[in-house]
Design a binder for this molecule. Structure first.
Ligand code: NAD
Ligand code: TYD
Length: 330
C-alpha cells in the first residue's frame, strides 16, 4: 500500500509515518514545514527506500496532484493545530484546515484513491459537562481552531455523500508523547519545569481533557484506515480524564520540582471545560489503547529530559515572540 501522509513532519504525523513504514507501507510525506513541522521528527526514516518527502502546502492543488499520483490512500494530518494561536490569528487555520482539506479531497477524487482518512479532533464536539460524546452527536466547536477542523470534517462528509469518495474521519482526544511542539500543555510544562521556569495554568486549572499516548492515537487511525466503514466517524480516546491541575502536579513530581513554579494566569477565551469520548465504535473494530497513562507520561518526561537537543533550539527566536504576544494581552 502506498500512502500519502500529509503533515508527517509534525508530532502525530511523524509517529504515524513510522507506524506505517513498520506495517510495510510506502509513504509519501507531504508537509509545508510550518513552525510546527520539523524534519528532525522523521530523520530516522529519511533514508528508508519506502519513504519520500515532498515539501508543499496541502492547499497547492498542483503539488498535491503530483504527490498523490500512484497512492492508494491519503491520511490527512496537516493542520494548524494550536487553539491559542487560532485565537491570536485564525487566518491560517481556515486556509489549511478547511480550504487545504478541500483541495486534498478534490485531488483524492480526481486520482481515484481508494480511501481518505481525515485526522480530526474531539474538540469539534465542544464541551460536555457529564458523559461522553458519541460519533452521532452534533458538532459545536468553540474556538477558531475547532471550528476550522469542523469545517474540514464537513467537507469530508460532503465529498463522500456527493462524489462517493471513500472517506473516514477519526476524532482523537488530547495526545501526548515525544516530539510534541512545546506550546501544548504537556511539553510546555515539562520543558519549563526542567528549566525551573513557571507553569502558566489557565484560570482555575480544573478543565478536563481525555489524554491518549501518541502511539495509541496512531494505532486508532491505522485501524480506521484498514477497517473503518466509508462515510463513518470514529472517536479515538485514551479514557484518561484528568484536570489540568492533576497533569501539572504529575509533571512537577516527575521533574523533581515543587508547586512554587505554578502561576495561575488569565483564562483562555471560550475555554472548553471538559472533553470526553465514547470509543465503543472503534473498539468494535478491534482497537484498544496499549499504554498506561502513568507509564507513558513518565516515558514522555524522560524523553524531554534526554532530548534537549530537540527542544532547546525550538524555544528561542519566533517561539519567544509568540509568547510575548500571547501574554502581552492578558
Ligand atoms: P502539529 O502542529 O504538530 O503538526 C502539524 C503538521 O502539519 C506540521 O508538520 C506542519 O508543518 C504541517 N502543516 C501545517 N499546515 C500545512 C499545510 N498547509 N500543508 C502541509 N502541511 C502543513 O500537529 P499534531 O499535533 O501532530 O496534529 C496532527 C493532526 O492531528 C491535526 O490535524 C490535529 O488537528 C489532529 N489532532 C491533534 C491532537 C493533539 O492533541 N495534538 C488531538 C486530536 C487531533
Ligand atoms: P492544549 O495542550 O493547548 O490542548 P487543547 O486546548 O487543544 O485541549 O491545552 C490543554 C489544556 O491545558 C487546556 O485546558 C488549556 C490548558 N493550558 C494551560 O492551562 N496552560 C497552558 O500554557 C496551555 C498551553 C494549556
Amino acid at each position: 500500500m502506498r500512502l500519502l501522509v500529509t503533515g508527517g513532519c509534525g508530532f502525530i504525523g511523524s509517529a504515524f509515518v513510522r507506524l506505517a513504514l513498520g506495517h510495510g507501507a510506502e509513504v509519501v510525506n507531504l508537509d509545508k514545514l510550518t513552525y510546527a513541522g520539523n524534519p528532525a521528527n522523521v530523520a530516522d526514516v529519511a533514508d528508508d527506500e519506502a519513504y519520500t518527502f515532498v515539501h508543499a502546502d496541502i492547499a497547492d492543488a498542483a503539488a498535491v496532484a503530483g504527490a498523490i499520483a500512484g497512492c492508494d490512500a491519503v491520511v490527512n494530518f496537516a493542520a494548524e493545530s494550536h487553539v491559542d494561536r487560532s485565537i491570536l490569528d485564525p487566518a491560517d487555520f481556515i486556509s489549511t484546515d478547511v480550504v487545504g482539506t478541500a483541495v486534498l479531497l478534490d485531488a483524492a477524487r480526481t486520482a481515484g484513491v481508494r480511501r481518505f482518512v481525515q485526522v480530526s479532533t474531539d474538540e469539534v464536539y465542544g464541551s460536555i459537562p457529564t458523559g461522553a460524546f458519541r460519533e452521532t452527536d452534533p458538532i459545536s466547536p468553540s474556538s477558531p481552531y475547532s471550528a476550522s477542523k469542523a469545517g474540514g470534517d464537513l467537507q469530508v462528509l460532503a465529498w463522500h455523500r456527493t462524489f462517493g469518495l471513500d472517506a473516514v474521519i477519526t476524532r482523537g482526544s488530547n495526545t501526548f508523547g515525544p516530539r510534541q511542539y512545546p506550546e501544548k500543555l504537556i511539553p510546555l510544562f515539562v520543558t519549563n519545569a526542567l528549566d525551573g521556569q513557571q507553569l502558566p495554568v489557565y484560570g482555575d486549572g480544573m478543565q478536563i481533557r481525555d489524554w491518549i499516548y501518541v502511539d495509541d492515537h496512531c494505532s486508532g487511525i491505522w485501524t480506521a484506515l484498514e477497517k473503518g466503514e466509508a462515510g463513518e466517524v470514529y472517536n479515538v480516546g485514551g479514557g484518561n480524564e484528568e484536570p489540568n491541575m492533576e497533569i501539572t502536579r504529575r509533571v512537577l513530581e516527575l521533574t523533581g520540582r515543587d508547586g512554587s513554579l505554578i502561576r495561575h494566569v488569565a483564562d483562555r477565551p471560550g475555554h472548553d471545560r471538559r472533553y470526553a469520548l465514547d470509543t465503543a465504535k472503534l473498539r468494535g473494530l478491534g482497537w484498544e489503547p496499549a499504554h498506561s497513562f502513568e507509564d507513558a507520561l513518565a516515558a514522555t518526561v524522560a524523553w524531554y529530559a534526554d532530548r534537549r537537543d530537540w527542544w532547546e533550539p525550538i524555544k528561542s527566536g519566533d517561539y519567544r515572540r509568540y509568547y510575548e504576544e500571547q501574554y502581552g494581552g492578558r
